[in-house]
Write a protein that binds this ligand. Structure first.
Ligand SMILES: [Zn+2]
Length: 123
């Protein structure tokens, strides 16, 4: 089974290689989806769950949201496209969350980048 948890962060970026308006400093209200997959746990405090949603939040908030929220993303990674942000988040979280299945970064209400486990392995 696959579960998802949503997060938000506000951040600024510049896309230095972009020929249009994205080469100027601007910000987005990013939405992040973290998906985790695996079997339901048969016993213990997370019985009947893949992973406790609270445990996902306990990792994602300090490792990702608190580092990117109200930050200049160019200080964190070069050329912070939605694709690069999604890959950065994948690599930060995959170490701590082995059941990580998908990272989705929504840059606008209609545009997102998706990294899945099979994409991350080929990077
Ligand atoms: Zn932008």
């Amino acid at each position: 089974m696959l579960i998802r948890k949503h997060f938000r962060f506000e951040a600024a970026h510049v896309l230095p290689h972009h020929p249009g308006k994205c080469s100027r400093l601007h910000g987005h209200s990013y939405r992040l989806e973290v998906a985790v997959s695996g079997p339901l746990q048969p016993s213990g405090p997370a019985q009947g769950m893949v992973v406790d949603f609270d445990d996902i939040s306990a990792l994602v908030r300090p490792l990702v949201v608190e580092r990117l929220d109200h930050a200049s993303l160019n200080d964190v990674m070069p050329n912070p496209t939605a694709e690069h942000i999604a890959l950065w988040i994948w690599h930060v979280l995959a170490v701590e969350l082995p059941q990580l299945a998908e990272i989705v970064v929504w840059e606008t209400p209609t545009a997102c980048a998706v990294v899945r486990a099979e994409d991350a392995r080929t990077r």
